[in-house]
Write a protein that binds this ligand. Sequence first.
Ligand code: SF4
Length: 439
Amino acid sequence: MAGVDQEKTGLGNYFIANYPPFSFWKPSYLPDAVMALNSPPVPGTPLGLYLHIPFCRKRCKFCYFRVYTDKNAKDVEVYLNAIVKEVELLAQTPCIGGRKLDYIYFGGGTPSYLSATQLRGMIERLQTILPWDAAREVAFECEPGTLQQHKLQTLRELGVTRLSLGVENFKPEILQFNGRAHLEEEIHRAYGWARDLGFEQINIDLIAGMVGEDWPNWRDCVRKTIAMSPDSVTVYQMELPYNTVFSRELKVIGQDEPQLGIADWPTKRAWVDYAFEEFQNAGYEISSAYTVVKSKAKTQFVYRDALWSGADMFGTGVASFGHVNGVHIQNVDTWEQYIEKLDKNEIPLGRAFPTTPHHRLIREMILQLKTGHLRADYFQKKFGANILKEFADGYRKLESEGWLTVSEDGVDLTPAGLLQIDRHLTTFFDAEHLSNRYT
Ligand code: SF4
């Protein structure tokens, strides 16, 4: 049982996105990144492209991503030229050149901040460098208030298959207090246009525990989301990472107005639990610790599944993360360095981490645990490893605490385990990766 302090939403990250943690990636490993890019790929490994579009209309108070709210049209043009140049340089490397893209992901930031003309210009240039004809998914993140019908029409024409709407909450006061730029009516308008245009898949993102959230409003958010009938819904639990507006402000606000703090973890888990139950009552299935889908058979999320099963992905744009040929790579993380390196025709590598097969086994195992199930035969076939033996101590510990069950086929999380899986994943980290998890 966690102590009271652990149950408060303290400063720091909860969500585990990768392994080994980012704080162990170093510029001194860049020669490994260069070697990975200059080596042929492992045959049969899918390849994805991630594009980081770092512009937002305003900074949400809980946001810790590399985003800019002060760039003008000229800056945007400079950035888009740089990102196309980056893809061009990467496409010339032995690791990437000549390979077909399996999936493409536009993330940010706010990709939908770009105008229809900017999007068309950038995407058409990208497609001449690396065709998308074999891609199973083109996913695109949107902020509802930046969408117009003609922009969505352009995205549909350019081949976007999965649209993800960053709704987060419906209540105007909560959206505003948390620094979101969009309004409730913009959510409904954008969703209606997207549905009419026939996108293959529309996802809605919600956040459980935005500042000001309470039970009546959360029930209302879930009810409104179900009424819209999206293909999938992703529910994140609000964190309080370092370097956000809230991490600086809330300590003060919290003392003066305690009702404006972030809900504790048990409350946020209860909200996600409630949402998952309501979505299941409405016919959705749970597909991960954060996601419900209308139909697992029809609603794939290629980007997530590829990432969680060790696919290659090159991350482009400022501060972007990728993984190729067993090496984690992150780009330089300032605008100036990013633009300058591409001006000089250099791939803007910032830091890297060369993984061992053992790291990759841990990485896939913990990421796939987020689906709620692990199949031992998958790991046996791919890594020649018996996870039930290799991680027996960790599974036994979590089983005794009620978070999972082990069978001869694999591991299944309990419903309670699924709701808090990220806090237990460090159980499987190598000892040297247990400190200083996120920087
Ligand atoms: S829209 Fe997303 S990326 Fe932009 S500031 Fe808000 S949370 Fe950050």
